[in-house]
Design a protein around this ligand. Structure first.
Ligand code: FPP
Length: 250
């Protein structure tokens, strides 16, 4: 058991992915500007990263900015980029202290140069850390990722680096931006919407999904523990039957 949490440690999700939704609604409910919602959202990011690290979660993937989010008003896009830059600048010493390696997935080349620079710098600074991977999805889209992989596979086929017979799921996974990271065990979505929103389309084939009504700025350690406890109560069969999973003849 993990002290104070009452969660069995052996059934902890290795990889948790989160669709952090509801910042805008949180702000609206309080008659605040949407950007205030994102600012409070960053505080929730801090709390959840710390809690995951303490719990022994090995990978945390956060959907911080989608390819579609570029279409939001410029003021909001700029504010989100500013918050991201500020977060990276402030948190990099903390990441190193807590042995957290930063990784990013998405069309990173779309990011403003100053944000990309600090992102690359933090990734480099934390590359020796092996306690947990904090994986930020930035300018990320699941379909873009799959198409990007497909194009690279075609090019490797054409140039003879791979043969058609070699193409299977594990090989395909290696061409994705998440190469080397096991698929998520648990996907959390806040603010009550039952949608995937173009997130990790290939990787979530057997992921357990948990949706909470809580808006992202209100999500915290306690909410995270609730999601993990719910995950631990489920039986993952991966398309098989219970007896095969439990090794019993009953
Ligand atoms: C969804 O809320 C949230 C986002 C589009 C951005 C998430 C970003 C943050 C939490 C802050 C920056 C991240 C990091 C890692 C520092 P929404 O605006 O779609 O909410 P709504 O659906 O209620 O309008």
């Amino acid at each position: 058991m993990i002290e104070h949490f009452n969660l069995p440690k052996d059934k902890l999700p290795y990889h948790i992915a989160i669709i952090m939704d509801g910042n805008g609604r949180w702000a609206k409910k309080k008659n605040l500007n949407r950007i205030k919602g994102h600012m409070k959202g960053v505080e929730a990011v801090r709390e959840v990263v710390t809690a995951c690290r303490e719990l022994g979660i090995k990978v945390l993937t956060l959907y911080a900015f989608s390819v579609e989010n570029w279409q939001r008003p410029a003021e909001e896009v700029n504010a989100l980029m500013g918050l991201l830059k500020e977060y990276l600048l402030k948190e990099s010493p903390e990441m190193i202290r807590n042995n957290i390696r930063l990784n990013a997935i998405g069309r990173l080349e779309d990011l403003p140069p100053d944000v990309l620079e600090i992102l690359k710098k933090t990734i480099k600074q934390t590359e020796g850390c092996d306690g947990m991977i904090l994986n930020l999805a930035l300018s990320y889209g699941g379909r873009s990722e799959i198409l990007h992989a497909l194009k690279r596979i075609f090019s490797d086929l054409k140039d003879g680096r791979i043969r058609e017979e070699e193409i299977d799921s594990p090989l395909f996974s290696k061409y994705l931006w998440t190469n080397g990271i096991p698929d998520p065990d648990l996907l959390i979505r806040t603010s009550g919407e039952f949608r995937i929103s173009n997130f990790l389309l290939w990787q979530i084939a057997y992921t357990e999904i948990y949706v909470t009504e809580t808006l992202w700025p209100d999500f915290n350690r306690e909410e995270l523990l609730k999601a993990i406890a719910d995950y631990q109560s489920r039986e993952r069969r991966f398309g098989m039957i219970s007896e095969q999973i439990n090794g019993s003849k009953e």
